[in-house]
Design a protein around this ligand. Structure first.
Ligand SMILES: NC(=O)c1ccc[n+]([C@@H]2O[C@H](COP(=O)([O-])OP(=O)(O)OC[C@H]3O[C@@H](n4cnc5c(N)ncnc54)[C@H](O)[C@@H]3O)[C@@H](O)[C@H]2O)c1
Length: 286
Protein backbone atom coordinates (compact mmCIF):
# COMPACT_ATOMS: atom_id res chain seq x y z
CA UNK A 1 0.00 0.00 0.00
CA UNK A 2 1.55 3.30 -1.13
CA UNK A 3 -0.88 6.04 -0.09
CA UNK A 4 -4.51 6.77 0.83
CA UNK A 5 -5.62 6.32 -2.79
CA UNK A 6 -5.11 2.59 -2.23
CA UNK A 7 -7.77 2.67 0.49
CA UNK A 8 -11.12 2.19 -1.21
CA UNK A 9 -13.11 0.15 1.26
CA UNK A 10 -13.42 0.46 5.04
CA UNK A 11 -14.58 -2.01 7.66
CA UNK A 12 -15.40 -1.14 11.26
CA UNK A 13 -15.63 -4.02 13.72
CA UNK A 14 -17.82 -3.52 16.80
CA UNK A 15 -20.91 -1.35 16.45
CA UNK A 16 -21.07 -0.06 20.03
CA UNK A 17 -20.42 3.40 21.45
CA UNK A 18 -17.40 4.05 19.21
CA UNK A 19 -17.90 1.89 16.12
CA UNK A 20 -21.02 3.55 14.78
CA UNK A 21 -19.52 7.07 14.92
CA UNK A 22 -16.31 5.86 13.27
CA UNK A 23 -18.34 4.26 10.46
CA UNK A 24 -20.49 7.38 10.04
CA UNK A 25 -17.57 9.71 9.31
CA UNK A 26 -16.05 7.39 6.70
CA UNK A 27 -19.47 7.11 4.99
CA UNK A 28 -19.79 10.92 5.06
CA UNK A 29 -16.51 11.06 3.17
CA UNK A 30 -17.84 8.73 0.44
CA UNK A 31 -16.22 5.48 1.60
CA UNK A 32 -18.23 2.27 1.42
CA UNK A 33 -18.18 0.93 4.98
CA UNK A 34 -18.90 -2.50 6.42
CA UNK A 35 -20.04 -2.25 10.04
CA UNK A 36 -19.57 -5.67 11.60
CA UNK A 37 -20.72 -6.92 15.00
CA UNK A 38 -21.18 -10.41 16.39
CA UNK A 39 -24.30 -9.20 18.16
CA UNK A 40 -27.26 -8.60 15.83
CA UNK A 41 -29.03 -6.50 18.50
CA UNK A 42 -26.02 -4.19 18.72
CA UNK A 43 -26.21 -3.72 14.93
CA UNK A 44 -29.92 -2.86 15.13
CA UNK A 45 -29.12 -0.27 17.79
CA UNK A 46 -26.30 1.07 15.59
CA UNK A 47 -28.71 1.51 12.65
CA UNK A 48 -30.98 3.67 14.83
CA UNK A 49 -28.09 5.73 16.15
CA UNK A 50 -26.70 6.31 12.65
CA UNK A 51 -30.16 7.33 11.46
CA UNK A 52 -30.57 9.75 14.38
CA UNK A 53 -27.08 11.23 13.96
CA UNK A 54 -27.74 11.87 10.27
CA UNK A 55 -31.23 13.28 10.94
CA UNK A 56 -29.61 15.74 13.30
CA UNK A 57 -27.26 16.88 10.49
CA UNK A 58 -30.27 17.31 8.16
CA UNK A 59 -32.11 19.35 10.83
CA UNK A 60 -29.05 21.58 11.19
CA UNK A 61 -28.89 21.93 7.36
CA UNK A 62 -25.39 20.42 7.31
CA UNK A 63 -26.51 17.79 4.79
CA UNK A 64 -29.59 17.40 2.57
CA UNK A 65 -32.14 14.59 2.95
CA UNK A 66 -30.76 13.07 -0.24
CA UNK A 67 -27.19 13.15 1.12
CA UNK A 68 -28.46 11.50 4.30
CA UNK A 69 -29.86 8.60 2.29
CA UNK A 70 -26.63 8.25 0.32
CA UNK A 71 -24.49 8.28 3.47
CA UNK A 72 -26.73 5.74 5.20
CA UNK A 73 -26.72 3.47 2.14
CA UNK A 74 -22.91 3.44 2.05
CA UNK A 75 -22.93 1.46 5.31
CA UNK A 76 -23.49 -2.29 5.13
CA UNK A 77 -24.41 -3.97 8.41
CA UNK A 78 -22.79 -7.38 8.77
CA UNK A 79 -22.76 -10.27 11.26
CA UNK A 80 -20.52 -12.70 9.32
CA UNK A 81 -16.74 -12.31 9.79
CA UNK A 82 -16.02 -13.84 6.33
CA UNK A 83 -17.74 -10.82 4.75
CA UNK A 84 -15.38 -8.34 6.43
CA UNK A 85 -13.09 -7.66 3.47
CA UNK A 86 -11.61 -4.18 3.11
CA UNK A 87 -8.42 -2.13 2.64
CA UNK A 88 -8.59 -0.50 6.08
CA UNK A 89 -10.16 -2.34 9.02
CA UNK A 90 -10.55 -0.67 12.39
CA UNK A 91 -11.72 -2.62 15.40
CA UNK A 92 -13.72 -1.10 18.26
CA UNK A 93 -14.66 -4.26 20.16
CA UNK A 94 -14.31 -4.92 23.89
CA UNK A 95 -11.09 -3.72 25.54
CA UNK A 96 -9.55 -7.19 25.81
CA UNK A 97 -6.18 -8.16 24.39
CA UNK A 98 -7.07 -11.78 23.57
CA UNK A 99 -10.35 -10.80 21.88
CA UNK A 100 -8.60 -8.19 19.71
CA UNK A 101 -5.79 -10.58 18.73
CA UNK A 102 -8.23 -13.39 17.89
CA UNK A 103 -10.25 -10.97 15.78
CA UNK A 104 -7.24 -9.81 13.73
CA UNK A 105 -6.00 -13.39 13.32
CA UNK A 106 -9.38 -14.41 11.97
CA UNK A 107 -9.66 -11.36 9.66
CA UNK A 108 -6.18 -12.12 8.30
CA UNK A 109 -7.71 -15.25 6.73
CA UNK A 110 -10.08 -13.21 4.55
CA UNK A 111 -8.00 -10.15 3.75
CA UNK A 112 -4.84 -9.46 1.73
CA UNK A 113 -1.55 -9.03 3.66
CA UNK A 114 -1.53 -5.27 3.03
CA UNK A 115 -5.01 -4.66 4.46
CA UNK A 116 -4.40 -2.27 7.38
CA UNK A 117 -5.46 -3.52 10.83
CA UNK A 118 -6.13 -0.57 13.12
CA UNK A 119 -7.18 -0.87 16.73
CA UNK A 120 -9.14 1.73 18.67
CA UNK A 121 -7.79 0.36 21.95
CA UNK A 122 -7.60 2.89 24.76
CA UNK A 123 -4.71 1.27 26.59
CA UNK A 124 -3.58 -2.13 25.31
CA UNK A 125 -0.03 -1.78 23.95
CA UNK A 126 -0.08 -1.90 20.13
CA UNK A 127 3.13 -3.94 20.20
CA UNK A 128 1.32 -6.66 22.21
CA UNK A 129 -1.73 -6.73 19.92
CA UNK A 130 0.47 -6.92 16.79
CA UNK A 131 2.59 -9.79 18.14
CA UNK A 132 1.49 -13.05 16.47
CA UNK A 133 -0.76 -11.41 13.85
CA UNK A 134 0.19 -12.29 10.26
CA UNK A 135 2.06 -9.28 8.80
CA UNK A 136 2.31 -7.36 12.09
CA UNK A 137 3.78 -4.36 10.23
CA UNK A 138 0.19 -3.45 9.15
CA UNK A 139 -1.10 -3.32 12.75
CA UNK A 140 -1.32 0.06 14.49
CA UNK A 141 -3.41 2.14 16.87
CA UNK A 142 -5.91 4.64 15.46
CA UNK A 143 -7.46 5.95 18.64
CA UNK A 144 -10.64 8.03 18.35
CA UNK A 145 -12.34 9.97 21.12
CA UNK A 146 -15.97 9.85 22.17
CA UNK A 147 -18.26 10.84 20.41
CA UNK A 148 -16.25 9.56 17.44
CA UNK A 149 -18.33 11.37 14.81
CA UNK A 150 -17.77 14.73 16.54
CA UNK A 151 -14.38 14.72 18.27
CA UNK A 152 -11.62 15.74 15.89
CA UNK A 153 -8.60 14.36 17.71
CA UNK A 154 -7.24 10.94 16.72
CA UNK A 155 -4.02 9.42 18.12
CA UNK A 156 -2.00 7.38 15.61
CA UNK A 157 0.19 4.88 17.42
CA UNK A 158 2.91 2.79 15.82
CA UNK A 159 4.03 -0.28 17.75
CA UNK A 160 7.54 -1.72 17.55
CA UNK A 161 6.67 -3.78 14.45
CA UNK A 162 4.50 -1.16 12.69
CA UNK A 163 5.68 0.03 9.28
CA UNK A 164 6.15 3.82 9.64
CA UNK A 165 4.75 4.27 6.14
CA UNK A 166 1.48 2.61 7.24
CA UNK A 167 1.30 5.00 10.21
CA UNK A 168 1.79 7.93 7.81
CA UNK A 169 -0.95 6.61 5.47
CA UNK A 170 -3.36 6.41 8.44
CA UNK A 171 -2.37 9.92 9.52
CA UNK A 172 -3.16 11.15 5.99
CA UNK A 173 -6.41 9.17 5.94
CA UNK A 174 -7.56 10.82 9.17
CA UNK A 175 -6.73 14.27 7.77
CA UNK A 176 -8.66 13.40 4.63
CA UNK A 177 -11.83 12.65 6.67
CA UNK A 178 -11.59 15.92 8.62
CA UNK A 179 -9.89 14.64 11.77
CA UNK A 180 -6.92 16.12 13.62
CA UNK A 181 -4.43 13.25 13.88
CA UNK A 182 -1.34 13.28 16.07
CA UNK A 183 1.43 10.70 16.24
CA UNK A 184 1.76 9.16 19.72
CA UNK A 185 4.21 6.65 21.16
CA UNK A 186 3.20 3.17 22.24
CA UNK A 187 3.36 4.11 25.94
CA UNK A 188 0.70 3.28 28.60
CA UNK A 189 -2.49 5.26 27.92
CA UNK A 190 -0.73 6.91 24.95
CA UNK A 191 -1.13 10.66 25.65
CA UNK A 192 -4.74 11.70 26.27
CA UNK A 193 -5.86 8.78 28.43
CA UNK A 194 -2.77 9.09 30.62
CA UNK A 195 -3.36 12.78 31.26
CA UNK A 196 -7.13 12.38 31.62
CA UNK A 197 -6.83 9.53 34.15
CA UNK A 198 -6.30 12.04 36.94
CA UNK A 199 -9.52 13.86 36.06
CA UNK A 200 -11.48 10.68 36.85
CA UNK A 201 -9.31 9.10 39.56
CA UNK A 202 -9.06 12.25 41.72
CA UNK A 203 -12.78 13.02 41.33
CA UNK A 204 -13.65 9.48 42.41
CA UNK A 205 -11.33 9.81 45.43
CA UNK A 206 -13.01 13.08 46.43
CA UNK A 207 -16.43 11.40 46.23
CA UNK A 208 -15.17 8.27 48.07
CA UNK A 209 -13.74 10.37 50.90
CA UNK A 210 -17.06 12.30 51.14
CA UNK A 211 -15.30 15.58 50.51
CA UNK A 212 -18.02 16.38 47.99
CA UNK A 213 -20.72 14.57 46.03
CA UNK A 214 -20.73 13.70 42.34
CA UNK A 215 -23.25 16.36 41.28
CA UNK A 216 -21.25 19.11 42.99
CA UNK A 217 -17.95 17.89 41.56
CA UNK A 218 -19.47 17.89 38.05
CA UNK A 219 -20.89 21.39 38.48
CA UNK A 220 -17.58 22.70 39.83
CA UNK A 221 -15.49 21.21 37.01
CA UNK A 222 -17.90 22.47 34.36
CA UNK A 223 -17.72 25.94 35.87
CA UNK A 224 -13.94 25.65 35.93
CA UNK A 225 -14.04 25.35 32.14
CA UNK A 226 -14.33 21.62 31.42
CA UNK A 227 -17.03 20.81 28.88
CA UNK A 228 -18.31 17.89 30.98
CA UNK A 229 -17.91 17.00 34.64
CA UNK A 230 -15.99 13.75 35.30
CA UNK A 231 -19.02 11.68 36.38
CA UNK A 232 -21.18 12.73 33.43
CA UNK A 233 -18.22 11.99 31.19
CA UNK A 234 -17.69 8.50 32.67
CA UNK A 235 -21.40 7.78 32.06
CA UNK A 236 -20.98 8.89 28.44
CA UNK A 237 -17.82 6.85 27.90
CA UNK A 238 -19.24 3.78 29.66
CA UNK A 239 -18.41 3.25 33.34
CA UNK A 240 -17.16 -0.26 32.48
CA UNK A 241 -14.94 0.98 29.64
CA UNK A 242 -13.54 3.82 31.76
CA UNK A 243 -12.90 1.41 34.66
CA UNK A 244 -11.04 -1.07 32.47
CA UNK A 245 -8.93 1.75 31.02
CA UNK A 246 -7.94 2.85 34.54
CA UNK A 247 -7.15 -0.74 35.54
CA UNK A 248 -5.04 -1.25 32.49
CA UNK A 249 -3.03 1.97 32.96
CA UNK A 250 -2.59 1.20 36.69
CA UNK A 251 -1.12 -2.21 35.86
CA UNK A 252 0.99 -0.97 32.94
CA UNK A 253 2.58 1.49 35.39
CA UNK A 254 3.30 -1.39 37.82
CA UNK A 255 0.53 -0.46 40.29
CA UNK A 256 1.56 3.18 40.64
CA UNK A 257 -0.82 4.45 43.38
CA UNK A 258 -1.63 7.63 41.49
CA UNK A 259 -3.61 5.54 38.95
CA UNK A 260 -5.34 3.27 41.51
CA UNK A 261 -8.92 2.38 40.43
CA UNK A 262 -11.87 3.29 42.64
CA UNK A 263 -14.11 0.93 44.61
CA UNK A 264 -17.26 2.96 43.92
CA UNK A 265 -16.61 2.66 40.22
CA UNK A 266 -15.92 -1.10 40.62
CA UNK A 267 -19.29 -1.46 42.36
CA UNK A 268 -21.20 0.26 39.53
CA UNK A 269 -19.52 -2.05 37.03
CA UNK A 270 -20.38 -5.10 39.15
CA UNK A 271 -24.01 -3.94 39.32
CA UNK A 272 -24.19 -3.61 35.53
CA UNK A 273 -24.75 0.16 35.81
CA UNK A 274 -22.50 1.12 32.93
CA UNK A 275 -23.78 4.64 32.27
CA UNK A 276 -25.93 5.99 29.47
CA UNK A 277 -25.83 2.78 27.46
CA UNK A 278 -27.54 0.84 30.27
CA UNK A 279 -29.78 3.71 31.42
CA UNK A 280 -27.99 4.00 34.76
CA UNK A 281 -24.50 4.83 35.92
CA UNK A 282 -23.50 7.65 38.25
CA UNK A 283 -26.80 9.22 37.07
CA UNK A 284 -30.09 7.79 35.80
CA UNK A 285 -31.20 8.22 32.18
CA UNK A 286 -34.70 7.87 30.78
N1 LIG B 1 -16.24 4.34 24.95
C1 LIG B 1 -15.30 5.25 24.79
O1 LIG B 1 -15.44 6.43 25.19
C2 LIG B 1 -14.01 4.90 24.08
C3 LIG B 1 -13.17 5.94 23.65
C4 LIG B 1 -12.00 5.63 22.94
C5 LIG B 1 -11.68 4.29 22.71
N2 LIG B 1 -12.52 3.29 23.16
C6 LIG B 1 -12.15 1.90 22.89
O2 LIG B 1 -12.95 1.45 21.78
C7 LIG B 1 -13.23 0.06 21.94
C8 LIG B 1 -14.73 -0.13 21.93
O3 LIG B 1 -15.31 0.58 23.00
P1 LIG B 1 -16.89 0.87 23.03
O4 LIG B 1 -17.11 1.78 24.17
O5 LIG B 1 -17.37 1.25 21.67
O6 LIG B 1 -17.45 -0.60 23.41
P2 LIG B 1 -18.95 -1.10 23.41
O7 LIG B 1 -19.04 -2.10 24.51
O8 LIG B 1 -19.92 0.03 23.38
O9 LIG B 1 -19.09 -1.87 21.99
C9 LIG B 1 -18.32 -2.99 21.65
C10 LIG B 1 -19.06 -3.76 20.56
O10 LIG B 1 -18.19 -4.78 20.04
C11 LIG B 1 -18.95 -5.94 19.81
N3 LIG B 1 -18.03 -7.08 19.82
C12 LIG B 1 -17.42 -7.65 20.89
N4 LIG B 1 -16.59 -8.62 20.48
C13 LIG B 1 -16.66 -8.66 19.12
C14 LIG B 1 -16.01 -9.43 18.12
N5 LIG B 1 -15.12 -10.37 18.43
N6 LIG B 1 -16.32 -9.21 16.83
C15 LIG B 1 -17.23 -8.26 16.49
N7 LIG B 1 -17.88 -7.47 17.40
C16 LIG B 1 -17.59 -7.68 18.70
C17 LIG B 1 -20.00 -5.96 20.91
O11 LIG B 1 -21.13 -6.75 20.52
C18 LIG B 1 -20.34 -4.47 21.04
O12 LIG B 1 -21.42 -4.11 20.21
C19 LIG B 1 -12.52 -0.39 23.21
O13 LIG B 1 -11.27 -0.90 22.89
C20 LIG B 1 -12.39 0.91 24.01
O14 LIG B 1 -11.33 0.89 24.92
C21 LIG B 1 -13.68 3.57 23.83
Amino acid sequence: MKNINDIKKIAVVGSGTMGVGIAQVFAQYNYPVILFDVNANALEKAKNILNKNLDFLVEKSKISAEEKTNIYNRVTFETQAEQVIADFIIEAIIENETAKKELFKSLANYNTPDCIFATNTSTIPITKIANGIPNPERVLGVHYFNPAHIMKLVEIIAGVQTDKNIAQICYDLMKHIGKTPIMASDAPGFIVNRVARHYYVESLKIAEENISNIETIDILMENAGFKMGPFKLMDLIGVDVNFSVTNSIYNLFYQDAKFRPSRIQQQLVDAGNHGRKTGKGFYEYK
